[in-house]
Ligand binder design. Structure first.
Ligand code: DQA
Length: 170
């Protein structure tokens, strides 16, 4: 067991670098989600929470958000190689962005798709006749949805351990 943090399950001390990308509307989180599926006052509060979890895990977390698909793609093109893994809430890009899916695939980095909502349940309710689904899930390493802000908690803990166990030895 890693002595610095009980949530790192191996002996790894590696300070992985994990980028968290929040897509359209997530930067406006207190209004956008109507406070129903999380307990955050702002996107900054989400950054503070994920930074705190990153510190506890002994990994570096870098947060980025944009309402613009092109800005997110440019961020990925310029920065993805500086990260070991990514956590992505595509927000308003969830159901249609092939561009984001391609850009993420091209990084060749593991990534977790996260959502505040359980998107399967949410889409079944808002669109019972046309089957909506995320464009990213089939390309993601993993998916965490439905736990409000703790979808990010779960994604960070899982990704740090995934990097320790599956990537460190490659
Ligand atoms: O913007 C959002 C938020 C969301 O990504 C979530 O985190 O639950 C779910 C998406 O369907 C929606 O468009």
């Amino acid at each position: 067991m890693n002595s610095s943090c009980s949530l790192r399950l191996s002996d790894s001390q590696k300070k992985w670098r994990i980028g968290i990308i929040d897509g359209p509307n997530i930067g406006n989180i207190s209004q956008a989600q109507g406070g129903r599926d999380h307990h955050l006052s702002s996107w900054q509060a989400l950054c503070d929470m994920t930074q705190q979890i990153g510190q506890g895990l002994g990994v570096e977390v870098v947060n980025f958000t944009s309402n613009y698909e092109g800005k997110i793609l440019e961020w990925l093109h310029s920065n993805a190689q500086n990260f070991d893994a990514l956590i992505v809430n595509p927000g308003g890009l969830t159901t249609y962005s092939e561009g984001l899916r391609h850009a993420l695939e091209e990084t060749r980095k593991p990534f977790v798709e996260v959502h505040f909502f359980n998107t399967v349940k949410h889409f079944a309710k808002v669109s019972p006749h046309i089957r909506l689904e995320s464009r990213l899930t089939a390309s993601a390493t993993g998916l965490v949805s439905g736990f409000g802000e703790h979808s990010y908690t779960a994604a960070l803990v899982a990704m740090a351990n995934y990097l320790d166990d599956f990537v460190a030895h490659q």
